[in-house]
Design a binder for this molecule. Structure first.
Ligand code: SF4
Length: 296
């Protein structure tokens, strides 16, 4: 089963959300920043951070010059802070190797730090209007329902080919991709699809009477996880403009000291936190080495 591009694109043109990174004048870099932020974080939490971020650091070179610690601070509560570090590395690479211009082809984008298969295609499509398939969880869910007649399915190797086969072979392909994603985010949602408001006249899952999912969705909890502890430790370092002693970090999580130690170790291994020669802790780039360089 295929999707009628006219139905989908026509719906998108009137129903799309007014998201700041879709507005005219937004640069490829700023779209790339939005894609990094949106990878595992909802739009409502990304929007204010993205607006402040792009006003403060509108270009890759401005972001690169800010340094990793300031970037980690500005990332705030978006979660998964490794993304912030990789975004800073990506900014440095684009500023130094690509003359401050985001590459426009998928192959080159894939070589940038932190840019995976999804982000490379999303930037090529949304920033440069390339007619390439873009597959995120929303797109995968719509295609699984419309084309395969199933409620949901895990990521599969064929997903990219499935979406490529649906893309119209003309200049509407980038809008079609954006519309497919928007449909999954706002109408064909995971828990409560609004089929009565769906613009698509054909959907295999609806025609089949909505057969139940065969896979069980795992609900990710946050409270009490190592992710939460890492966030607490980073909060201490974000709030300090100088390295802190171990005792200050220890106070951030007292209920499970082994978990706290594990979380701190993982932050050090990930390069998000550094230890100074006198044993204190700092955000990446704010340890002794950075201070020594700054003094030169
Ligand atoms: S009819 Fe329902 S299940 Fe099918 S694409 Fe539309 S919203 Fe999703």
């Amino acid at each position: 089963m295929s999707i009628d591009p006219g139905e989908l694109v026509g719906w998108y043109e009137s129903a799309q959300r007014d998201l700041p990174w879709r507005r005219p004048g937004v640069s490829a870099w700023q779209i790339l920043v939005s894609e990094f932020m949106l990878q595992q974080t909802p739009v409502s939490r990304v929007e204010p951070i993205w607006l402040a971020w792009t006003e403060r650091w509108p270009t890759p070179s401005a972001t690169a010059a800010a340094g990793p610690a300031e970037v980690l601070r500005a990332w705030g509560k978006l979660g998964y802070p490794r993304r912030a570090k990789r975004l800073h590395e990506c900014a440095v690479t684009i500023a130094t190797e690509y003359d401050d211009v985001v590459p426009d082809d998928v192959e080159t984008l894939l070589t940038l730090p932190g840019v995976g298969a999804y982000t490379a295609r999303a930037v090529a499509c949304f920033a440069y209007s390339a007619g390439v398939p873009v597959v995120d969880t929303n797109v995968r869910r719509v295609v699984t329902r419309v084309v395969h007649g199933q409620a949901d399915a895990p990521a599969r190797a064929r997903d990219l080919d499935d979406v490529a086969a649906l893309l119209p072979d003309d200049e509407t392909a980038p809008t079609f991709s954006a519309a497919l994603m928007e449909l999954g985010a706002t109408v064909c949602t995971a828990r409560a699809p609004r089929c009565g408001s769906c613009p698509l006249s054909r959907c295999r899952w609806r025609s089949a009477g909505y057969p139940a999912a065969t896979t069980v969705r795992r609900v990710q909890r946050y409270a009490g996880t190592d992710r939460q502890v890492r966030g607490k430790l980073l909060d201490v370092l974000r709030g300090s403009d100088s390295p802190v002693v171990r005792g200050q970090l220890d106070l951030a999580w007292t209920s499970d000291t082994a978990q706290r130690d594990r979380a701190l170790d993982s932050l050090l291994v990930d390069g998000l936190v550094e230890q100074t020669v006198d044993g204190r802790f700092a955000l990446a780039g704010e340890g002794d080495d950075a201070r020594d360089e700054g003094a030169r």
